[in-house]
Design a binder for this molecule. Structure first.
Ligand SMILES: Nc1ncnc2c1ncn2[C@@H]1O[C@H](COP(=O)(O)OP(=O)(O)OP(=O)(O)O)[C@@H](O)[C@H]1O
Ligand SMILES: [Mg+2]
Length: 304
């Protein structure tokens, strides 16, 4: 399965959530590839705490590969190179977690030629055969990365592969409208996908939304005063209505993550040991487990 992670806005929690999702999938025994297609800001190495690759590799990352400057993509086995000791010691039945980093000096693709698309399709096809799940973190918005992904997956050799799209957004008015625009708006995913040769209805069925860092307005400690509590609950209801009206209703949602204090301070993988040490919230780890489960559950992707 190939999973593209994208969002309209930056800073939505796309990379942090995708890394945690990749990690949780591994724990269930699946081999997972994490591919950094955020060409302007390839920071997946930092999330997995691989100091040598914090901002991508100096040469030979995804950008160089797509341009044909290197023959095979650079890869790192996360477990063997991470600086985080607790991340090295996965449970024995867990799968492989392999990072395909970006280039430190890479930049967004302003124009995308057929050779770049062909190389991308070849890479995705090879990774799809080697790994149970291939997560590709795309640059935000209507980017060159999105264009490459849509054109590559429209190619015949990838048409019969399972491809999913996750759209990340925060739980605010602007983020809901932006996420809807990225999918349904002019030059959005559906419009561009159709132009690339995708079947629009099939493409729509392969898209789910992930709401990140969602506050729980009714929870103790969130509101300081009764008037504030009432207002927060009203806003939450209004956002739910807005999401439904913009085709982001409950049936289109893969899941949501709660606000996690650890992630407000530091981008990282939330390990069970962080929860056991009472540092990270259990609800956050549970949310990632649940996202991983729903992603690979066929029932999630039935027609809605
Ligand atoms: N559940 C959460 N609770 C609190 N903060 C979060 C949560 N998820 C992510 N964050 C934080 O939000 C910030 C943005 O997250 P992240 O870098 O993953 O977003 P992004 O969409 O990949 O951004 P970019 O467009 O810059 O690549 C980070 O500081 C991250 O730690
Ligand atoms: Mg990111």
């Amino acid at each position: 399965m190939i999973v593209f992670s994208t969002s309209d806005k930056g800073g939505t929690g796309r990379s942090v959530t995708s890394c945690n999702l990749a990690y949780r999938l591994c724990l269930t025994g699946k081999n997972v590839a994490y591919v950094d297609f955020d060409f302007g800001s390839p920071t997946a190495g930092a999330l997995f705490e691989i100091s040598a690759v914090e901002r991508g590799v100096p040469y030979g990352g995804m950008h160089s590969y797509l341009l044909g400057q290197i023959g095979s993509a650079t890869r790192f086995d996360v477990r063997s190179v991470t600086d985080r000791i607790a991340l090295r010691t996965f449970a024995s039945r867990s799968g492989k977690l392999v990072l395909f980093p970006g280039d430190e000096g890479g930049a967004e693709f302003l124009t995308v030629d057929d050779d770049v698309v062909r190389r991308c399709a070849e890479l995705l096809l090879a990774l799809e055969q080697e790994f149970r799940v291939v997560i590709v973190d795309l640059s935000a918005g209507r980017s060159g990365a999105l264009d490459i992904a849509l054109r590559a997956t429209a190619k015949e050799q990838l048409q019969r592969r399972t491809v999913r799209w996750l759209i990340f957004h925060r739980w605010t008015r602007q983020h809901i409208l932006a996420a809807s625009g990225l999918v349904h708006g002019p030059h959005g995913l559906l419009h561009t996908g159709k132009e690339c040769g995708h079947d629009e209805a099939a493409l729509l069925e392969s898209i789910r939304y992930v709401r990140t860092a969602v506050p729980a307005p009714g929870e103790q400690g969130i509101a300081e005063r009764p008037a504030q509590a009432t207002w927060l609950l009203e806003q939450d209801t209004a956002l739910k209505r807005l999401a439904s009206a913009n085709q982001l209703g409950a049936s289109t949602v893969l899941g949501k993550t709660p606000i996690e204090p650890v992630l407000q301070w530091r981008e990282q993988v939330i390990l069970d040991s962080d929860v056991n040490a009472h540092i990270a919230n259990e609800a956050t780890a549970t949310a990632y487990v649940e996202l991983a489960r729903r992603l690979v559950d066929a029932a999630t992707w039935e027609r809605f």
